[in-house]
Design a protein around this ligand. Structure first.
Ligand code: UDP
Length: 465
């Protein structure tokens, strides 16, 4: 990698280091942030590992002016079996259950990171580190560099986690009992909400990891949040008045940054299909479950049948090879009503397409924000991590969508069919569509010059540079 050059004749240029966690969902928003900072005249260096570099380089484009530096990642990681060797991303782990081992192993990067901090020019003004890379706090402190933490989650989630874990004695659900949060009595969490990846595991490794991440976060200079004030004022104000540290800085939605190019065919097959739908005055449901989540074959089958029965037009991204077999033949059966895409798509472009009127989503936070910004209501189909809480937020707080109900560990085709119709044709869908369009307009305003997120970023740069 190269580093930005140092010219003594110029006033010192602020220089921000971005260190994303090794998964697409955590990396993409920080790449938007890189571009935002570059446009404000800040030098940006993105830290990553060799096999994550191409995606970052491609997303940022060489002309962006950001430097990318990769740190050598060990071939074998403690606690990761041989089949997972050489894996540098959570997205490629043989099983998501190895998450905590992988996350702990990132600390092996620390000596390389510190050698870099020692030599990097221009001097680093501040670091934005993914929250999972807890050890970057110590490294940054050694060099007197303020560390901002970034988790890619909403303030709502941060507040809920804080209330459940630090202001109570941990999750208290017994069987299916609901737990309500004292300051927000209407938020009644059920067991599924708390069965999040971050919360579920109680091994020695996961407990240690959570402790380290919690303490590094509390001791960081600030927390950058991909959200905007008008979206969740209650939770932003609550965080900043009730908790001592770190202060949150809402500078999103970061996805509203100008287009990020991924490598894709010039005229993607789905673009034509969507254009045709628009011409035929048909509404389309976009279906996608993010870059990580594992969906069982049985569940994929229920989804396929539910979509078939719903009679809606759908564009479904099925990225895992193991799932292709299960959806085989569906396109023939539904004829031109459905399209399956088997590759990485430009999700923002799809959501922005005028024919797309609904999003069946796993409710990763990036997907939720992208949908909100596109004014598309959501049918939440959470699978893991904090997704059940995001889906709850979508329905109960933001009121921009609905959620599917799980029955015996599965979402049945009848349930899916019913909710899909409700979203696309029903009264609740209509209300959600109206609300999401209002929020989309507010999101645009927030990132415009003088808007809430724009001003917050401005203050952040001035305060720290
Ligand atoms: N994404 C994409 N194309 C794909 C799959 C995912 O552009 O084929 C993007 C999506 O737009 C979002 C990110 O990958 O920005 C996924 O993040 P999210 O938080 O929604 O879910 P995760 O993948 O972390 O579960």
């Amino acid at each position: 990698g190269s580093s930005p050059c140092d010219d003594a004749s110029l006033p010192p240029q602020p220089h921000v280091l971005l260190f994303p966690f090794m998964s697409k969902g955590h990396t993409i928003p920080l790449l938007y942030l890189a571009r935002l900072l570059l446009r404000r005249g800040v030098a940006v260096t993105v830290i990553t590992t060799p096999s994550n570099r191409p995606f970052i380089a491609q997303s940022l484009q060489p002309s962006s002016g950001a430097a990318i530096i990769d740190l050598p990642f060990p071939e074998t990681l403690p606690g990761i079996p041989a089949g997972g060797s050489g894996v540098e991303s959570v997205d490629n782990l043989p099983s998501i259950s190895l998450f905590f081992n992988f996350a702990m192993a990132t600390q092996l990067l620390q000596p390389h990171f510190e050698r870099l901090l020692h030599s990097l020019l221009p001097r680093v003004t501040f670091l934005v580190s993914d929250g999972f890379l807890w050890w970057t706090l110590d490294s940054a402190s050694k060099f007197g560099i303020p560390r901002f933490v970034f988790f890619g989650m909403s303030n709502y989630i941060h507040v809920v986690l804080e209330e459940v874990f630090n202001n109570n004695d941990g999750p208290q659900t017994h069987n299916d009992e609901l737990v309500s949060l004292t300051p927000f009595p209407w938020i009644r969490l059920c067991k599924d909400d708390l069965e999040c990846l971050v919360l579920r595991s109680h091994t020695k490794t996961s407990t240690e990891f959570r402790k380290k991440v919690g303490s590094a976060t509390a001791n960081s200079y600030g927390m950058i949040v991909n959200s905007f004030y008008e979206l969740e004022p209650l939770f932003i104000d609550y965080w900043n008045t009730e908790y001592s540290a770190p202060r949150t800085w809402c500078i999103g939605p970061l996805c509203l940054d100008q287009k990020v190019q991924y490598s894709k065919p010039k005229q993607a097959s789905w673009t034509q299909w969507l254009d045709q739908k628009l011409e035929d005055k048909c509404c389309v449901l976009y279906v996608a479950f993010g870059s990580q989540a594992e969906v069982s074959a049985e569940q994929v089958r229920e989804i396929a049948s539910g979509l078939e029965e719903s009679k809606v037009n759908f564009l479904w991204v099925v990225r895992k090879k193991s799932e292709w077999e299960v959806v085989e033949g569906i396109e023939e059966r539904v004829k031109e009503r459905g399209m399956i895409v088997r590759e990485w798509v430009d999700q923002r472009e799809i959501l922005m397409h005028e024919s797309v009127e609904g999003f069946l989503s796993h409710c990763g936070w990036n997907s939720v924000l992208e949908s909100v910004c596109a004014g598309v209501p959501i049918l939440g189909f959470p699978l893991m991590a904090e997704q059940p809480l995001n889906a709850r937020m979508v329905e109960e707080e933001l009121k921009v969508g609905l959620r599917v109900e799980v029955e015996g560990g599965l979402v049945r085709k009848e349930e899916l069919e019913k909710k899909v119709r409700e979203l696309m044709e029903g009264e609740k869908g209509k209300e959600a569509r109206k609300k999401v369009k209002e929020l989309a307009a507010m999101a645009e305003k927030a990132v415009e010059e003088g808007g809430s997120s724009w001003c917050t970023l401005e203050t952040l740069i001035h305060e720290t540079c």
